[in-house]
Design a protein around this ligand. Structure first.
Ligand code: LLP
Length: 432
């Protein structure tokens, strides 16, 4: 019996104990007493486990991990991963500064993104950078001139667009020729030649990222095979390709089983089969795989309303707090925080937020126990692209974030005072 409990604890950081959902050792009911809903809560153990699972599976390969900061950029989350030895993949000066603030050396930061500004290039060149993943010829030229002005050499990998369908939601596909990302694979040799001739650019590798929430290996394989071929031809042209940055994109499960669609071991085997023996360092930029199933959004029921076509369960979290369902038709699982209600007769509801838009719908035709005003619900798989994409639409202040480790919890971003939010605006003197 004892053994069973321990095993459960080890594998799942969001578990029911005595009918109450817990995050590690802490009851969500108690967390919600201390912090008004809605709020995000992350598990340190879950972050560590997902990072370690990936890192262990890649052990046989010469590799390094750059956590994609955009998926969850809270400083506390970044700190957990930094302490595990992770590097960071950033896409803005702001993300770069966050990584530096939690103690990541410039040499462990890769700078991605299709529109880096001169200021951002200067920041990274001055404070240190492992590589810029550059995405266009004008960007390479701009980087070269900034580096020249600063008397620096900019380390560069060119992001190549392999024209591969990642078979994910259209809005998060990035590797098709019609997408804005990367340099078309057909123009890659030319771009390398141009970059190689510039004095303040040093070529270190090649980069590819075909999309996010990818749930089968095939698109990865197709893209990486094209990259392997290109590495061969670039080396024949005397370019020094030491590293291949394979981007992020590993999908997670948004359903009850929480079993990742691609096992990290299979992913690693595929990488070995494609890049093995090529004397390349493999860099990976996972975001969602690490943070996605490490966080919940805790919300309360405001009203239960019976319509003519549907019953609406109106909750206090809105599309401004978690945009994924409205933006990508994403479905997140809802679980009542008290499991006793689970055994009751279920009722079909559309779960909606309080925002004045019909797109503020989290799920349709979901069967949930009959819930009353004030009852708590957990929205699962909310650790990635949740808090970071939130807005203050409808003048709703950004919601708090909590981090749990064992029996400790800490507010890692506080709810702003409503007047802080409102008073950021200013009425010009001629309107006073
Ligand atoms: N590297 C690059 C260059 C990226 O653009 C991204 C994500 C990643 C790595 C990390 O990808 P991941 O491992 O998390 O799939 N907001 C969307 C996802 C947008 C992803 C943008 N780029 C969503 O909520 O599904």
């Amino acid at each position: 019996m004892m053994l069973k409990t321990n095993l459960k604890k080890e594998n799942n950081h969001f578990d029911f104990r005595n009918g109450i959902l817990h995050v590690e050792e802490l009851s969500v009911v108690d967390l919600a007493k201390a912090t008004k809903t809605p709020f995000y809560v992350y598990s340190t153990g879950a972050l560590e486990d997902s990072y370690n699972a990936l890192s262990n599976s890649l052990k046989g390969l010469n590799h390094s991990i750059y956590y994609s900061v955009k998926s969850n950029s809270n400083l506390a989350v970044l700190r957990v991963l930094t302490l595990l030895g992770s590097g960071m993949d950033v896409v803005s000066g702001g993300e770069y500064l966050r990584a530096r603030k939690v103690g990541v050396a410039g040499e462990k930061i890769v700078f991605s993104g299709v529109g880096k500004t001169s200021e951002e290039m200067e920041l990274a060149l001055t404070q240190g950078i492992r590589q810029f993943n550059v995405e266009s010829v004008p960007e390479i030229l701009q980087l070269n001139s900034i580096a020249a002005r600063l008397g620096k050499i900019a380390p560069v990998s060119i992001r190549v667009n392999p024209d591969v369908n990642a078979r994910t939601h259209e809005k998060i596909m990035t590797g098709k020729s019609e997408n804005k990302f990367g340099i078309p694979i057909t123009q890659a040799e030319e771009a390398y030649k141009m970059a190689g001739d510039l004095r303040n650019i040093s070529i270190v590798g090649i980069d590819v990222h075909i999309g996010s929430q990818i749930t089968d290996l095939t698109p990865f394989k197709k893209a990486f095979q094209k990259i392997r071929e290109l590495v061969g031809s670039l080396r024949n042209l005397d370019h020094e390709i030491r590293r291949v940055d394979i981007g992020g994109g590993l999908g997670i499960s948004y359903s009850k089983n929480r079993k990742n669609p691609i096992s990290p071991n299979d992913f690693s085997k595929m990488l070995a089969s494609i890049f093995g023996g090529m004397d390349l360092e493999i860099q990976i930029e996972p975001g969602r795989y690490i943070s996605g199933n490490s966080g919940l959004l805790i919300t309360s029921v405001i009203y239960m309303k019976e319509g003519t076509d549907h019953n609406f369960l109106i909750i206090d979290a809105g599309m401004n707090d978690l945009m994924r369902p409205a933006l990508y038709d994403a479905s997140h699982e809802f679980i009542p925080v008290l499991s006793s209600s689970e055994s009751e007769f279920g009722i079909e509801v559309n779960v909606v937020g309080p925002i004045c838009e019909s797109s503020d719908t989290f799920s349709r035709k979901t069967v949930l126990p009959r819930l009353l005003a004030g009852d708590l619900l957990a929205i699962y798989s909310a650790g990635a692209y949740g808090a970071v994409m939130a807005s203050e639409y409808n003048t709703r202040p950004l919601i708090p974030e909590l981090l749990v480790k064992g029996n400790r919890s800490s507010i890692i971003r506080a709810r702003p005072d409503i007047f802080e939010t409102i008073n950021r605006d200013q009425i010009p003197y001629w309107l006073r």
